[in-house]
Design a protein around this ligand. Sequence first.
Ligand SMILES: [Zn+2]
Ligand SMILES: [Zn+2]
Length: 293
Amino acid sequence: MRKTGVFYHDICGKEAYSSLAMGVEEGFKGIEKEGIFREPNVTWYASEPATEEEIARLHSQEWIDHVKQTQWWRVSLYSVGGMLGATEKVLKGEIDNALVIAGVGGHHAHRDNAWGGCYFSVISLGIPHAREKSLAKRFAIVDTDTHHADGVRDLFKNDEDVLHICFCDSHSWVYDSEDRMESKTKLCFPHGSSDEEELRNVQREVPDRIKEFKPELIYWLCGMDTHRDSYGTAALTEKCYPRLAKIIKRAADEHCNGRLIVKTCCNAPPHATSYAMPRIVACLAELGKYPEE
Ligand SMILES: [Zn+2]
Ligand SMILES: [Zn+2]
């Protein structure tokens, strides 16, 4: 069994970006209701707020000051703080893997601007945090949200110690081709139009690249706007997310000492997030609780 941490603060559920994150609180409550926090190897850590200094590692002071004026400031701090806490605990070996439930997105955040329910680059900020503490240097980010991760791609475009595997729609209207430049460590692949096709695509493109790259930590952005009742590809059922977790966890176990952090902002309706979240945690912690699924 693995030691698994769940990082979440009530503020992330109550103050979640409203038009995106439909099922944040219900996602967390789903884990509680299934009794998963009673398991000895699963711990809920209340996310702490990140500091301005921690956010300034990747974002400009002008942008920080701008977000400070919005209603998304506080939920952004707690969302990033959960990610920093998870990164530290996994890399120090206090836990093996983690789920971070944020109240905002992150992958459309650049150094000094953002869009689409994103303010700061939640996952990306884990990387300079780990490096500054000399905990790790080399990272993989797997992004299965519907949309292209233009912000993350931009922040790490010259960083060969970051493998970025992004599943997105290559013909989307929301970003321009400049952002999509690809290299051996920066890749985009199409989404599937069904659970089976999505799982096949991730299985084909992710594990071998992780094996070759040898990251010290894997981040998986589990976007849920691919769910059939959400606003993205609308292709997947809730059953797909725990199955994606299995593929990515196996890659982490085989090629990265099991070190995996899953980040989600639960951007799908409550019935989907309350189903998927407990099953993702059960997968991470190897509870064997849902063998039939
Ligand atoms: Zn999205
Ligand atoms: Zn992409």
